[in-house]
Design a protein around this ligand. Structure first.
Ligand SMILES: NC(=O)c1ccc[n+]([C@@H]2O[C@H](COP(=O)([O-])OP(=O)(O)OC[C@H]3O[C@@H](n4cnc5c(N)ncnc54)[C@H](OP(=O)(O)O)[C@@H]3O)[C@@H](O)[C@H]2O)c1
Length: 255
């Protein structure tokens, strides 16, 4: 293992690590030597994911059933991670969802739910975990935004609002935390084959999403592990306050 990408001795907390992009990033960190803590709302999936993430590796993987839409639960998650591992060096704010509604049909409760999960929980967890990173003068924080944090799509009002807010939030926190050798960045994934887009797109839309990329296909979740490792490791030591697009070239296309 190139030392730049070596995570031995590091602890990574990946929210929404039970499946999709979160699980793939967690596995990538475990392969790089980190101990990993994951959370989601479903114990059965967490158990299975923890076994997959640690399979064949000496790494320690633990999990917590946590609803990231509940601020008290998010605060508790931070405390539990620190009690169990003694530290969190790498924080991946990945848990998120979508609820497409055109502007004149937005329901307050859906808007609030998306804000709480996709944006507010990221602030609450980051705020709770930065003091111990500051003490050690080392930390890596990555918010999982989206190409829909940079551009937009019809009916994705709340989703676009939260994902673009993460970009601004990362920039401001990068300035606060830079003096403590803590980097804060966003990853903006394009179309990746996970439950989230698959559950809400028609076959025609799935085909159109693939055709929009330069590579002509959907990404596989494992293809996010490398970019996340870059930002989570020593290799990314001078990258902060920015957005890493991992979209197969989807945003290259102007027309
Ligand atoms: N896939 C894509 O094409 C794509 C593109 C751009 C951005 N993203 C972003 O990438 C992130 C991961 O998405 P994904 O595609 O991997 O989705 P996914 O396969 O649906 O996984 C989402 C993860 O978040 C967890 N989660 C959802 N609601 C939660 C809650 N209230 N509390 C705790 N955990 C919760 C899920 O577990 P439970 O449901 O069991 O709680 C699961 O572990 C999201 O922020 C998404 O917006 C995805």
């Amino acid at each position: 293992m190139n030392q730049l990408f070596d995570l031995k001795g590091r602890v990574a907390l990946v929210t929404g690590g039970s499946k999709g992009l979160g699980k793939a990033m967690a596995r990538g960190f475990a392969e790089a030597g980190a101990d990993v803590f994951i959370c989601s709302r479903h114990e059965d999936e967490l158990r299975r994911a923890a076994a997959e993430i640690s399979s064949g590796l000496p790494t320690r993987v633990e999990w917590s059933v946590t609803d990231m839409g509940d601020r008290a639960a998010v605060r508790q998650l931070a405390q539990t991670a620190l009690e169990r591992f003694g530290r969190v060096d790498i924080l991946i704010n990945n848990a998120g969802t979508n609820c497409p509604q055109p502007i004149d049909q937005i329901r307050d409760e859906d808007w609030d739910r998306l804000m709480e999960l996709n944006l507010n929980s990221v602030m609450v967890l980051t705020r709770a975990l930065t003091p111990q990173m500051k003490e050690r003068r080392w930390g890596r924080i990555v918010h999982i935004s989206s190409i829909l944090g940079l551009g937009a799509k019809e009916a994705r009002n709340a989703y676009c609002a939260t994902k673009s807010a993460l970009v601004g939030f990362a920039k401001a926190s990068a300035l606060d935390l830079g003096p403590f050798n803590i980097t804060v960045n966003c990853i903006a994934p394009g179309p990746f084959l996970t439950d989230l887009p698959m559950s809400m797109l028609t076959d025609a839309q799935k085909k159109a999403f693939a055709e929009r990329t330069a590579l002509g296909r959907w990404g596989s979740p494992a293809e996010l592990a490398g970019p996340a490792l870059l930002l989570a490791s020593e290799a990314g030591s001078f990258i902060t306050g920015t957005v890493l697009l991992v979209d197969g070239g989807a945003l290259c296309r102007a027309l």
